[in-house]
Ligand binder design. Structure first.
Ligand SMILES: C[S@@+](CC[C@H](N)C(=O)[O-])C[C@H]1O[C@@H](n2cnc3c(N)ncnc32)[C@H](O)[C@@H]1O
Length: 500
């Protein structure tokens, strides 16, 4: 394979072509790369190659003459080979793996790199065989796109990659994105490599990878997914995956108290009294929550939101009477205004109900069952705890759980949080068990004291070994806290995430 690059910045190309795999390919003679300085073809004293655009406008345009002479020179370098001239430009067709494969079958490729505002149109009409864009954005020059194309093509030239770098099972093969890859160690910052990859069972590994690859492509590149050829097994898997994404998992925890886990995204609780029922949190609106609740009770239903995050309030649209702490209303309303949510609500022909407020000291009589409201600012300013008095169950939303997020904007300092917790520690005497906003089962009430101990350790600076915690908002820290031996917990590993 012969590359010739026509550029005003030869060093950019030379540096890359002498590095790593491309450097090795050039050294071993599998790829030859000539770098031609377009400026060498200027015919004026100052080697100027650009001029003002006719018709006015910002920037300079590369003159046709030097570009023409450089192209002719490049073609003459390999007279025995058919050379294709490619102009890298945002107006070209977006580059793809398919195109890389096609180009890898050519003998000689000439890359023309523009700069400034681009190149005089007339010489492009004479010389260019193909226009390629790196994507829908504008770079300062064609060198990086040329190198990207040269790299993608080079690794498909036989012999350029050795076995360890093989170009086999990669993204875009069969229009799918590649499955996740793992290497040693088996456990990294609490995350284990999936067991199936350690099993040595080749068929299961292949199936696992195929399924991960299908999910990735479907979620991230629906445009590509449309072109994937699915066999019977794939279709069955995709159907089940889609169903589970929109599925409500319901479990009756004690008579008339239901855990409602929506697609393993968030959990709400339906507490049914003799006269009416209360739904504590409404999850993400991934299911028709109104219908799901109606399957469990025909009593009038009202809602209490433990806090104002979207994964606990978006299903409010299925109900009319919604209570929340006033300090979380501004945040909740901001999430209500998210354009995607607004569109979804509009499509469903629904109306977002107004909030009513509730505060510490309020009680809700359901008939034979009483809910008491307590305040715990921390995870959000208006976080509340709901006590089901008779059955001694404390619903804690995301304020007390195994993975407490205290790194969000608006979270108080850890010292403040400990004070707020101390104000409600008496609930240890009133409740035996906890159900939180992402739970699958009961936790012992001692989770509250263990979490407090973790928060105190952060305040005391016992954080030397705390690893980073990567989340969609950036990088925080995570402080593990210990649970009490012998008690029932739904989850063993527990951390508080915080900012330094
Ligand atoms: C500042 S750009 C010129 C952009 C041009 N005025 C336009 O709006 O289409 C200068 C040079 O960078 C290269 N370039 C910029 N963005 C590119 C992209 N997305 N793909 C390929 N080449 C690009 C081209 O060679 C182009 O001539």
């Amino acid at each position: 394979m012969n590359y010739t690059v026509l550029t005003l910045f030869t060093d950019m190309i030379k540096n890359c072509m002498s590095t790593s795999i491309m450097g090795r390919a050039v050294e071993s003679g599998l790829i030859a790369c000539d770098v031609v300085d377009i400026r060498d073809f200027a015919e004026n004293k100052h080697n100027r190659v650009d001029d003002y655009p006719y018709g006015g406008g910002a920037g300079m345009v590369m003159e046709p003459g030097p570009v023409y002479r450089a192209c002719e020179y490049a073609k003459a370098l390999h007279p025995d080979k058919k050379s294709k001239i490619i102009y890298l430009s945002p107006i070209g067709k977006p580059f793809t793996q398919e195109k890389a494969k096609e180009l890898s079958r050519e003998e000689s490729l000439i890359f023309l790199c523009g700069h400034y505002e681009g190149i005089d149109e007339r010489v492009l009409e004479f010389e260019v065989d193909e226009y390629i864009s790196l994507g829908d954005f504008v770079l300062t020059g064609g060198e990086l796109p040329a190198l990207a194309v040269m790299d993608a093509v080079a690794r498909l030239v036989p012999g350029v990659l050795n076995n360890d770098e093989s170009a086999g099972d990669e993204s875009f093969e069969g229009n799918t994105l590649e499955y996740p890859q793992y290497t040693r160690p088996e456990e990294f910052m609490g995350k284990r490599v999936p067991d199936v990859l350690l099993s040595g069972h080749h068929a299961n590994i292949a199936r696992y990878r195929r399924e991960k690859s299908l999910i990735r492509t479907m979620d991230r590149r629906p445009d590509l997914f449309e072109k994937v050829e699915l066999d019977k097994k794939d279709k069955k898997f995709i159907k089940e995956y889609n169903e589970s994404k929109h599925k409500m998992f319901v479990k009756e925890m004690i008579t008339g108290v239901y855990l409602m886990d929506e697609a393993h995204g968030a959990t709400g609780y339906l507490v049914v009294g003799e006269d009416r029922a209360c739904l504590i949190d409404t999850m993400c609106a991934a299911t028709n929550l109104g219908e799901e609740v109606r399957k469990l009770t025909d009593k009038p239903v009202f809602v209490i939101n433990t806090h104002g995050h979207p994964d606990h309030i978006y299903g409010n649209v299925y109900f009319e009477e919604i209570y929340i702490h006033p300090d979380d209303i501004p945040m909740a309303e901001e999430f209500y205004n998210d354009p995607l949510y607004v569109e979804g609500v509009k499509k469903a022909g629904a109306i977002v109900p107004p909030f009513k407020t509730t505060k510490a000291g309020d009680t809700f009589d359901l008939g034979g069952r009483t809910l008491e409201i307590y305040e715990l600012p921390g995870h959000t300013p208006g976080g509340i705890l709901v006590l089901l008095k008779e059955e001694r169950i404390l619903f804690t939303g995301d304020s007390i759980n195994h993975h407490l997020w205290m790194m969000l904007d608006g979270c108080p300092a850890m010292e403040e949080f400990v004070k707020a917790l101390d104000n409600v520690m008496f609930l240890e005497e009133k409740a035996d068990r906890i159900l939180h906003g992402h739970a699958q089962d009961f936790d012992d009430i001692s989770l509250m004291r263990c979490l407090r101990q973790g928060a105190v350790e952060i305040c005391e600076g016992k954080i030397e070994n705390d690893p980073p915690y990567h989340w969609f908002g950036g990088v925080a820290r995570q402080h593990p806290f210990k649970l009490e031996a012998g008690k029932e917990y739904a989850q063993i590993e527990s951390v508080i995430c915080y900012n330094l």
